[in-house]
Design a protein around this ligand. Structure first.
Ligand SMILES: [Zn+2]
Length: 153
């Protein structure tokens, strides 16, 4: 079943991929204009047709994320910008699957929801944290099918 995301939901992408790849995928599926912001490694093709990817940032403050992108910082940057624009969110719905999704998940509150893809590293890391009594404030929903996410929306 195909769902569409309601217009009153802002969608951002935080990805350790690159801008060329993400833009291509979004445009192929007619979704590029629906995305409010993309935090990723800038990329372009050079004169020889090679894809040149540069780091989104060079951070050393977060020990969870890679130096080129702290997903938690990117999420906070977006939320701060929206607060500055007087746009307040009722909740954050965070969809992820990688180990680098742990950092932003730790920044979420009790009204927020983490959608962790079943069988992937984020699910494993969240389970380890729960087993070690490390607190996650947000609700955790394991998904194997995007319909699970849309049902929550
Ligand atoms: Zn981080």
């Amino acid at each position: 079943m195909l769902f569409s995301v309601p217009e009153n939901i802002d969608i951002i992408i935080i990805s350790d991929s690159n801008s060329v790849f993400i833009q291509h995928i979004l445009e192929t599926h007619g979704l590029y204009d629906r995305i409010m912001n993309i935090f990723t490694n800038p990329a372009n093709f050079d004169q020889d047709g090679r894809l040149v990817v540069t780091p989104f940032t060079d951070q050393e403050t977060c020990g969870i994320c890679e130096r080129n992108l702290c997903k938690g910082d990117a999420l906070k940057l977006h939320l701060d910008r929206m607060t500055g624009a007087r746009r307040k969110y009722d909740r954050v719905l965070y969809v992820g699957d990688g180990k680098n999704d742990v950092c932003p998940c730790l920044k979420l509150g009790k009204n927020d929801v983490i959608f962790a893809r079943a069988g992937y590293r984020l699910e494993e890391e969240l389970k380890k944290m729960q087993d070690n009594n490390k607190k996650i404030d947000a609700e955790v929903v394991i998904w194997h099918d995007a319909n699970v996410i849309f049902e929550h929306i």
